[in-house]
Ligand binder design. Structure first.
Ligand code: SF4
Ligand code: SF4
Length: 122
């Protein structure tokens, strides 16, 4: 789930606003976009993938927001890690970082559970 935007890194490009499929963000007149509808976040990581400034953090839990701390995330190098490990942008030609999707595990597990719940017994 979307957790935070680091204002000091955000360039105000508003790409995250455009790519979010569920309209989570609102454009701000000055400063970074506002996380206006966090409960609409479907943890697709699109905003992280498209943020060239590595200013966004999406947590792996698709059901609830976690207690994240900006300085801790920065110290861990968590911002931009998903872009890197997915082989996007500057990492696209690096064979060590090729579309690992490692943080989607919980999302895929939930999708599988929902799918099996919808499947009628045979
Ligand atoms: S994509 Fe990144 S840099 Fe651009 S507005 Fe969103 S958070 Fe800021
Ligand atoms: S993770 Fe997906 S749904 Fe959530 S804010 Fe980012 S782009 Fe929108």
């Amino acid at each position: 789930m979307i957790e935070l935007i680091v204002a000091a890194r955000c360039t105000g490009c508003n790409v995250c606003v455009k790519v979010c499929p569920t309209d989570v963000f609102d454009v701000s007149d000055n400063g970074p976009p506002r996380i206006a509808r966090p409960s609409a976040c479907q943890t697709c990581f699109m905003c992280e993938l498209y943020c060239d400034a590595d200013a966004l953090y999406v947590g792996p839990d698709c059901a609830a927001s976690g207690a994240v701390e900006e300085q801790a995330l920065l110290a861990q190098g968590a911002l931009g890690r998903y872009r890197r490990d997915s082989g996007w942008g500057a990492w696209s030609s690096d064979p060590d970082h090729s579309n690992e999707h490692w943080r989607m595990e919980l999302v895929f597990a939930l999708a599988r559970a929902l799918d099996s719940a919808d499947t009628p017994p045979r």
